[in-house]
Design a protein around this ligand. Structure first.
Ligand SMILES: Nc1ncnc2c1ncn2[C@@H]1O[C@H](COP(=O)(O)OP(=O)(O)OP(=O)(O)O)[C@@H](O)[C@H]1O
Length: 610
């Protein structure tokens, strides 16, 4: 098993460390059993059939022995007829029974595991997307993705296969040893002296090889990170002509993977040779000693008995050999479960999985106030990003926030959206603290048109409908018309059904913005946040977007994060931020008249440049 993983490890696979299996960890992951509970009957049925099929499986070596002895005229078991055809018939019935039982145990286990896992996946995903923004700041998307894919797949594998295999192999091993002892106590004693010794060495060796293979996985994961990062930032790589540098970096990493893998392969080869030699050696010695016992008719020893014995011995060796790997898989599943539970145990935002519970309960009218808001990102608590910010926006007003890059403009928008909460001070909506509202009430009534509009893979229609999931097609088209988007959408052969996103049509920045505006119009929020695009559009596109924005801002409170000061002259209030402090505020006319002011300076700078 480990071999497969040595070189094929994707990043996700490589990140599956094992955990200790002890009472504590088992109790912890026992909570996941609640996902199996709805399918309890099938699970117990599957378990019963599993035990039954394992026990029936143990009868076969007995049949083989009985057949061989019957061919020599010896009756092996008193309860079984000594003629070949009767034994054959019984064996066929038992085989049929075995097949029947196996069918149900496999399908039932898979049904239980698939259903339980789907529910667990859904809950983990839902918890993940309802976690506060800060959770995401500290983690890489790849890592979170692997929890949903690799960790849950590991749990799934364990539930569908490993768990059943462990039970099966333990039954075979214990049952096999008992039956062996019945066949020949001498041969069993000889086998049990050699086997544990072999298995002890195998486990020790296996552990060592696994450490090496884990190192290879880690190294491979690192090289996969290089691929991921360069592909994500491919434009940067190209722009800096750093292809050769990246290829070199990747190559260096790959070489290390190869070095570790080759080192691992040597030990693995040695291990294989040892197992083959010792395993075959043991079987040979057993046959040798067994044949000797047959030749001296020791304690009624026959060829049939010897055959039964050899097959049991092979069964037991295979079971013992597979247990360490199965156990390692269990350990991985325990580790994976612990990590999934970590997500499930995080406190999510107060959003329900049932969409009707997220409907608006308290109407917002659009008045916003910041009262002495002090804020630092939880991931960087030592840096105060907003310092004692206070301002009021009456319902329907336009408030522009301007200031140099990094001054905290987007952070203010994030606070309005309740992505984060201030360390001190309060944010009020219609005079009431944000905490008096359901989180969904605020987010449902605040819309943001971001700088860089991300469209989901899907049709334009679906993308606009993201603003109001139950919108009718008429509503969507109306919103698109008001957003100046209908014209370009209708010019596509598939119109509103045109697929956009990664696998679809690429839209221009201005077009994407107009889709986002249509989305926001459909949402019909009381408060609007416009994060103005920094990259300027061509003048026609600019006019269309500007017109659409004007339409969108009508009758709502708008907070405009402005990069181009020309667009905010009409704002009711302009707040000038610098290093997280409000250093000026007022109307355009007031601010421009302050000769020493930052606003006037920034305006001059922009007009000089333009
Ligand atoms: N998620 C985050 N975690 C930690 N620090 C952050 C985070 N987002 C922003 N910051 C920091 O907060 C400060 C303010 O950032 P913000 O994005 O609010 O500035 P901005 O005025 O909107 O800048 P720009 O005009 O360039 O978009 C910056 O110093 C930035 O590094």
């Amino acid at each position: 098993m480990a071999r497969g993983r040595l070189n094929s490890g994707s990043k996700a696979e490589a990140e599956l460390p094992k955990a200790k299996i002890n009472k504590q960890s088992l109790r912890k992951i026992g909570r996941l059993l609640s996902y199996i509970r709805p399918y309890k009957a099938k699970f117990i049925g599957g378990l019963f059939f599993l035990i039954l099929s394992s026990l029936v499986g143990l009868a076969f070596p007995g049949f083989f022995g009985a057949l061989i002895d019957a061919s020599q005229g010896i009756q092996r078991y008193k309860f079984m007829p000594a003629d070949l055809s009767s034994i054959g018939k019984i064996a066929i019935v038992v085989l049929f029974l075995q097949g029947f039982v196996s069918f149900f145990r496999i399908t039932w286990f898979v049904q239980v595991a698939e259903n339980a896992l789907a529910a667990l996946r859904r809950d983990t995903y839902f918890r993940l997307i309802t976690l506060p923004m800060n959770f995401f700041a500290n983690r890489r998307v790849g890592e979170l993705n692997s929890r949903i894919s690799a960790d849950l797949s590991q749990i799934q594998d364990t539930l569908t296969t490993t768990f059943a295999e462990i039970i099966r192999q333990v039954i075979i091993m214990v049952g096999g040893i008992i039956l062996l002892a019945i066949v020949s106590i001498k041969l069993t004693a000889a086998l049990l002296i050699i086997l544990p010794f072999l298995i002890g060495i195998a486990i020790f060796f296996g552990k060592f090889i696994r450490t090496l293979s884990r190192q290879a996985q880690d190294q491979l994961a690192e090289s996969n990170t290089i691929v991921e990062e360069t592909l994500q930032g491919i434009a940067n790589v190209k722009a800096f002509v750093n292809e050769a540098f990246e290829a070199g970096r990747y190559q260096k990493n790959l070489q290390q993977v190869v070095n570790i893998a080759v080192k691992g392969a040597k030990y693995r080869g040695l291990f294989g040779a040892f197992i083959v030699f010792c395993l075959f050696g043991t079987i040979f010695c057993e046959i040798w000693y067994g044949s000797y016992l047959v030749s001296i008719h020791d304690n009624g020893m026959t060829f049939g008995k010897l055959t039964t014995f050899i097959i049991y011995a092979a069964f037991i060796s295979a079971a013992m050999g597979s247990l360490p790997d199965l156990y390692a898989n269990m350990q991985k599943a325990v580790g994976a479960s612990e990590r999934v539970l970590e997500i499930l145990d995080e406190t999510g935002e107060d959003i329900s999985i049932n969409s009707t519970e997220n409907l608006i309960k308290q109407q917002l009218y659009g008045k916003i106030s910041f009262n002495n808001v002090v804020f630092a990102y939880p991931s960087r608590p030592e840096i105060t990003v907003l310092n004692d910010i206070s301002f009021d926006a009456a319902a329907g007003q336009r408030i522009a926030i301007v200031g140099p890059s990094g001054s905290g403009k987007s952070t203010m928008a994030a606070l309005v959206l309740q992505f984060y909460h201030p360390q001190s001070g309060t944010i009020l909506f219609d005079g009431k603290p944000a905490s008096d509202y359901a989180l969904t009430d605020i987010r449902n009534q605040v819309a943001i048109v971001p700088q860089d509009v991300l469209l989901f893979g899907g049709t334009i229609l679906e993308n606009i409908a993201y603003g109001k999931l139950d919108a009718t097609k008429e509503e969507i088209i109306k919103a698109a018309k008001r957003a100046n988007a209908d014209m370009f959408i209708s010019s596509f052969p598939e119109g509103y059904d045109t697929v956009v996103g990664e696998r679809g049509v690429k839209l221009s920045g201005g077009q994407r913005q107009r889709i986002a505006i249509a989305r926001a119009l459909l949402k019909n929020p009381a408060i609007l946040i416009l994060d103005e695009a920094t990259s300027s559009l061509d003048s026609e596109s600019e006019r269309l977007v500007q017109e659409a924005l004007e339409e969108l801002m009508k009758g709502r409170t708008s907070i405009i994060i402005a990069h181009r000061l020309s667009t905010i002259r009409e704002a009711d209030k302009i707040i000038v931020l610098e290093k997280g402090n409000i250093i000026e505020s007022g109307s355009h006319a007031e601010l421009i008249s302050n000769e020493q002011g930052l606003y006037r300076y920034l305006s001059q700078l922009q007009y000089d440049v333009q």
